[in-house]
Write a protein that binds this ligand. Structure first.
Ligand code: T46
Length: 186
């Protein structure tokens, strides 16, 4: 049996990755990344950078972000501590699921990962305090190509399970454009 099970969300380009846990009296062990498991599922873009963020407060929302070409990124997202509602939004104008979003809970407890390909915006909302999110990307950071769309754009109507009245946002995220004015993918 493989240590990874890769399935697709109802938006088929989004992969959900389950990792096998080897539990014993000490706790558990799992492999968290396998290039060959992803390649066997048809994903072979090389990851070039690892990122990690700590969000202290429950209800912290980071997103919805993406980088524009030529620094567009695929992202492989997992949670090391705590839990998030993780969201990907299809920004590909030619896609049958354009403007649609998919969300799931990623947590240290469930060990799930989401692979968000180029063409999607990504964001998450923390469901616990002191949540640590780690993710691999297939292009380096480029501030000049850092783009995004408003987390609360009514044209997207993302179903954030807000555990607080108002999310904790960066100034940048508070001022991201609505979809109608955002950079998109073909
Ligand atoms: C993403 C990134 C940021 N930075 C610098 C730029 C800022 O001075 C500082 C914080 O960046 P930012 O506020 O964009 O971090 P997040 O709000 O956590 O954004 C990230 O979280 C959402 C959920 C994502 O999907 C993106 O990968 C990423 O945009 O780190 C870097 O130096 N390298 C990087 O790769």
């Amino acid at each position: 049996m493989s240590n990874f099970r890769i399935t697709r969300s109802w938006i088929p380009e989004l992969r959900i990755i389950e990792t096998r846990r080897f539990a014993d009296d000490r706790g558990h062990f799992s492999e968290t990344f396998s290039q060959s498991a992803l390649a066997d599922d048809g994903f072979d873009a090389p990851f070039v950078q690892d990122n990690q963020s700590l969000s202290r407060a429950t209800g912290t929302l980071r997103g919805l972000h993406f980088q524009t070409a030529p620094f567009a990124q695929d992202k492989l997202v997992r949670v090391i501590a705590g839990s998030v509602w993780d969201v990907a939004v299809d920004l590909r104008r030619s896609s049958p699921t354009f403007r649609q979003w998919y969300g799931l809970e990623l947590s240290a407890e469930n060990g799930l990962q989401l692979l968000v390909p180029v063409g999607f915006a990504h964001g998450f909302l923390t469901l616990e305090s002191d949540t640590i999110v780690a993710y691999k990307v297939t292009a380096p950071y480029s501030g000049a190509n850092d783009a995004g769309v408003a987390w609360d754009d009514p044209d997207l109507a993302v179903g954030w399970p807000l555990p607080v009245a108002e999310p904790v946002l960066s100034d940048k995220d508070r001022n991201l454009p609505r979809l109608a004015h955002a950079a998109l993918f073909d």
